[in-house]
Each structure stands twice: as C-alpha cells, then as structure tokens.
Design a protein around this ligand. Structure first.
Ligand SMILES: *Cc1c(COP(=O)(O)O)cnc(C)c1O
Length: 413
C-alpha cells in the first residue's frame, strides 16, 4: 500500500518494517471502519508533522524564559505561541499547555486548589463522571472525599436541585462539572452560583466540549469556572494531551501544580502540535466544522430514535449521543460487539437509570472526514439492521467499507 504520513515514515519502513506494518495496519483500520468513539478524532497532517518533529528530542523542564535546561530558546517560542493562541482562542487570562493528558490536567487543578482529604462534589461515576472525579481506582478517590451528584433517571438531565442540596449539606472545597457522556450543554452559570453560595471553587472538566467551545458551537466555561481542564485531542482535533485555563490570580498556582508538582519535562513536540491545532481551531473553517459536528450528532440521534433505540435526554446539544439499544433486543455490550464486527467502532456507557449499559457515540471523527447528515441517516440504518439481526453483520461491513471509501481521513496518502 502506498501510504506515507510523513517523510519519516519512509525511514521507519526501511529500518523497522515490522513496526511500519503495524502503523500502516492501524491507518488502514482507521480508514476502513467508522470511528464513532466520542473522544476520538483525526488530526491534520500539519499536527502530525509537528508531533513527529525533532522537538521530540528537547528537554525543557520549567516554563519559557525560566527553564532548567539550556538550549530552550527556540522551543520557548513554540510554547509561548501555544499559550498565546490558547488564551486568544478561549478568551482566558492564563493558559498552561504542558499537561500530558486530560487526567493530568485534572490532577494539577486539584493540586492547585485542594489538600488531601478535602471534600469535592462531582458528577458520580455511575452517572457519567470521569475516573478523575472520585473513582476509588484513581488518585482522586483515594486522596479526596468525593460526593457524587447525578442525573435524573427519567430525563437523563443533571439534577440541579440535588447539586444545590448536596453543596449546602457537604460544603465542598470544590465543585466539578464535566462528564464523559453527558450529551447536553452544562449550565456553567448555575454551577458558579452554587459554588459561590457555599464558598467552593468551580472546576470545569471540559475535556469533551472544549473543541465545540473553540468553534463557538457550545457555551464556554471560561467566564464561570475558576479552573477549566481540557484535552486537546477530542473534538478540538489536536495532539493527545491536556490543557488548563484560568484567571491571572491562579496562574502561578496552576503552573506550579503542573511543573514541578505533578510533571517533569514538557513535551515540546506535543506543545508545538497543540499550537498548530489552536491555529486551526481559530479559523472560520473550524467553526463550520464544529457546527456540522453538532448537526451530525442531532441527525444521528434522530435516526437512532426513529429506529427504536432510546436516546438519552431525547437528543443532543453536542457531538455526543448516548442510547439504549435494548428495545431492539440487545444489551449495550452485545450491541457494541455486533457493531464492531460490522466496522462501527464505539463505546458502551452507563445509562441514567443505572442498571444497564448503553451505547456512547460521537461525530467528531466522521465529520472531520467530511460526512454530513445524509451519511448519519445511513449509519443509523446500518446500526438498526445489525442490532435487529446479527445475520446482517456481513452485509453491513461491506456497506461501511464502501461508505468510508468515499471519505478518506487522509486523502491522497
Ligand atoms: C477524556 C476525559 C478526561 C481524560 O483525558 P485523558 O487524556 O484520557 O487523560 C478527563 N475528564 C473528562 C471529562 C474526559 O472526558
């Protein structure tokens, strides 16, 4: 297959054909199946070029102008550019672009504001909270005293009354808003009001919607939260990594919480790639992309509902759709397996009523490929055919191959 992503890929093929085969195999997998995992996307060739650049060789502990290593003059320019672009893109007074991942960004936010043993109020894990929101298997659940709010069983919407009541009775040091599966906009002004009432910090974990915020297709947490944590690789379409936004008054605490408290040397190739992604996200083209991501998610939600799946909250405001396939006679885990066999790759998730798993899917990647509402309707129909009768898997796999063939993620490669 004549596939090359960067000039360096040629060197890899000559030196280590075994690994080159694996990389090409993964590219082929991504190109011939539908990436419906809500947290995934396709970065641009420019972002990939920055990631695969000699900046990967540079050690740069510290911050621009104040490094522990010599020779940082040039990477300092790269990091300053990333910070300036992030601040401008999100209207934030301060940005830290060094977090290695979304989880590291949340760890740093807690380190900046909390002491071990403090009480934190966050969306419960069985209602769509992330591992870093108090899972006993994660540092957060071990080091802090988490109290979970939930979504209403009937509507699937955040139970705002419960948030207020729990905040009043537990007096948390911080409130976290953000989710791995909530398909609706989060009312940041409401959370700010509750946080102010009980004297808590507000941390918005906007790992998922931050790309929509960049494209002005979702409300921004920046004016409301003390600290905004985010990833750069979900809808935002940058390299795998994290980012923190805050006001000037917390800038120093946040920076110290990232380095030296929770991380070592900055990954300059990733920071350069983040800068490239922020540059892309500031364009009108990206805003159009973000709007299409939401339009596609709505079309997909409508299509799935028309086929008989129960769509959580009855629809979506974002890139994310969660749905219960059980009316079609399959549980979430079985459904994920059948869909994967047909080339439709997605996750399961918790459902609001809590006792069964549903499906979680997103439209960020397929929209990057250029698919629109028409293709979403086709995907919904393929879903239903496979879930109604496993005998349709083979035919659906062929249709997915044909569909993806028309929308290569890296055209001409
Ligand atoms: C994805 C996500 C994270 C973690 O990001 P990683 O880069 O995987 O560590 C944290 N919080 C929320 C809400 C997320 O959706």
């Amino acid at each position: 297959m004549a596939v090359t992503l960067t000039p360096e890929a040629g060197a890899l093929r000559r030196q280590d054909p075994e690994m080159a085969e694996i990389l090409l195999g993964e590219l082929a997998r991504q190109s011939t199946t539908l990436q419906l995992i809500a947290a995934e996307n396709f970065t641009s060739p420019a972002v990939l070029a920055a990631l695969g650049s000699p900046l990967a060789n540079k050690y740069a502990e510290g911050y621009p102008g104040a490094r522990y290593h010599g020779g940082c003059e040039i990477v300092d320019v790269a990091e300053r550019l990333a910070v300036e672009r992030a601040r401008a893109l999100f209207g934030a007074e301060h940005a830290n672009v060094q977090s290695h991942s979304g989880s590291s960004a949340v760890l740093a936010a807690y380190a900046a504001l909390l002491r071990p043993g403090d009480t934190v109020l966050a969306l419960g894990l069985s209602h769509g909270g992330h591992l870093t929101h108090g899972s006993p298997a994660n540092f957060s659940g071990r080091w802090f005293d988490f109290v979970g709010y939930g979504v209403e069983a009937e509507s699937g919407l955040i139970d705002h009354q419960q948030v207020r009541a729990l905040a009043r009775s537990h007096r948390p040091k911080a409130i976290v808003c953000g989710s791995i599966s909530y398909p609706r906009h989060i009312d940041y002004a409401f959370f700010r009001e509750v946080a102010d009432e009980v004297g808590a910090y507000l941390i918005a974990d906007a790992a998922h919607p931050i790309g929509l915020v960049a494209g002005k297709a979702a409300p921004s947490p920046v004016p409301h939260a003390d600290i905004v944590c985010a990833t750069t690789h979900k809808v935002l379409r940058g390299p795998r990594g994290g980012m923190i936004l805050c006001g000037s008054e917390l800038a120093e605490r946040v920076d110290r919480a990232v380095f030296p408290f929770t991380q070592g040397g900055a990954q300059m190739h990733t920071i350069a790639a983040k800068a490239v992604a922020f540059g892309e996200a500031a364009t009108e083209g990206f805003a159009a992309y973000a709007r299409q991501v939401v339009a596609n998610a709505r079309a997909l939600a409508d299509g799935l509902a028309a086929e008989g799946l129960v769509v959580t909250t009855g629809g979506t405001d974002t890139h994310l759709v969660t749905a219960d396939p059980s009316p079609l006679g399959v549980d979430g885990r079985t459904a994920r397996g059948l869909l994967a066999a047909a080339g439709m790759i997605l996750d399961t998730c918790v459902l609001p009523h809590g006792d069964a798993r549903g499906l979680r899917l997103g439209t960020a990647a397929v929209t990057t490929q250029g698919m629109g509402e028409k293709e979403m309707a086709r995907i919904a129909a393929l879903f239903a055919s496979v879930l109604r009768d496993a005998a349709n898997v083979r035919k659906a796999r062929e249709e997915v191959r044909e569909l993806t063939g028309g929308f290569p993620p890296y055209p001409g490669r």
